[in-house]
Design a protein around this ligand. Structure first.
Ligand SMILES: Nc1ncnc2c1ncn2[C@@H]1O[C@H](COP(=O)(O)OP(=O)(O)O)[C@@H](O)[C@H]1O
Ligand SMILES: [Mg+2]
Length: 309
């Protein structure tokens, strides 16, 4: 199965002086997969992505990128593109000039995609001739993505690509990443946005203080059948509260105010919905208060829910 892996990292350790940024990290990214890296600030996400881009080398462990072992030299592995800590751009050049400069640096015949094509893919056609220094963070992120696309990468590495994106920008970026993955490119990205990761990623790795606390398909997190808090909106809140109180496995988790929040495993939640409908109470909305990924993230990284949002 190794031939299907774009990244195979094993026992990766990286220290900065006394700080252990990565502590025995294993990571496998399938070719054609979108893999999300999640973790609190300082968890080691940027450090790990930097290793994939050849910006630094690990102190210990082995790293194979696109089936090629990464040596001790600082070099961008062939077929890899992306950025950490924001894309490097020439502020006084326009979007189109930035891309032309990058294409020229790589020289002719490098198998590059067309500049107009990548500008269109990231939704920057209308501002192609505006200078980058007038761009918002979200526009700079998209221009950085366009620059990476120029090389037609087989592994795309993006650090917090959703930062600063408005809904339209996000739609472009998600569209680009999904299309690349469908064509066989592997994508590794970090994000603080659980909703983005849930929408995009086939697999996630959760890092906390340099260690992997979970790695695998999102479904595996959800399948752990942990209890979640669900917000329920019904046609008759008082009746719904009584029915919930009488349903085995369901606990009322709110403060008794307007909204009804219950904590329950999925089978008990199903039973509650059946009972509500049986009692003539219509269910208008039912959604987890935090998403399954966010709940797992908070539980695995020991952060109380109140600290977030
Ligand atoms: N160049 C560096 N020099 C010193 N410490 C660093 C450097 N890069 C990262 N670190 C430290 O390594 C740890 C992981 O950082 P980082 O990979 O940036 O985390 P994340 O991206 O998850 O927020 C942090 O404690 C950070 O302070
Ligand atoms: Mg970071």
């Amino acid at each position: 199965m190794d031939t299907l892996l774009a990244v195979r990292a094993s026992g990766i350790t990286k220290c900065f002086g006394d700080v252990v940024a990565l502590d025995g990290v294993d990571l496998e990214v399938a070719q054609g997969g979108i893999h999300g890296l999640v973790g609190p600030n300082g968890a080691g996400k940027t450090t790990l992505l930097g290793l994939l881009l050849g910006l630094a080398v690990a102190d210990r462990g082995s790293l194979e990128i696109l089936r090629t072992p990464v040596g001790r030299a600082l070099a961008a592995p062939d077929g890899v593109a992306g950025f950490v800590d924001g894309p490097g751009l020439y502020p006084s050049l326009t979007a189109r000039q930035n891309l032309a400069a990058l294409a020229a640096l790589r020289g002719p015949g490098a198998g590059t995609a067309g500049i107009d094509e990548v500008l269109d893919q990231v939704g920057l056609t209308d501002v192609a001739d505006d200078r980058a220094n007038g761009f918002s963070l979200g526009m700079r992120q998209r221009l950085g993505l366009a620059a990476a696309l120029l090389t037609r990468p087989r592994l795309l590495v993006l650090d917090e690509p959703s930062n600063g994106l408005d809904p339209a920008g996000k739609r472009h970026v998600h569209g680009v990443l999904n299309r690349l993955a469908a064509e066989g490119t592997a994508v590794v990205l970090s994000s603080h946005r659980m909703d983005d990761l849930e929408a995009l990623c086939s697999e996630v790795t959760i890092l906390a203080t340099g260690r992997v606390v979970f790695s695998g398909p999102l479904g595996k997190l959800a399948a752990e059948n942990r209890e979640l808090d669900y917000r329920i909106v019904t046609s008759d809140p008082a009746a719904a509260r009584r029915v919930a109180a009488g349903t085995p496995g369901v606990r009322i988790a709110d403060d008794g105010a307007e909204r009804l929040v219950v904590r329950a495993p999925v089978p008990a939640l199903d039973e509650l919905v059946v009972r509500l409908v049986g009692a003539g109470v219509a269910v208008r909305e039912l959604a987890p208060v935090v998403s399954p990924l966010e709940a797992a993230f908070l539980a695995l990284t020991d952060q109380p829910q109140e600290d977030v949002r």
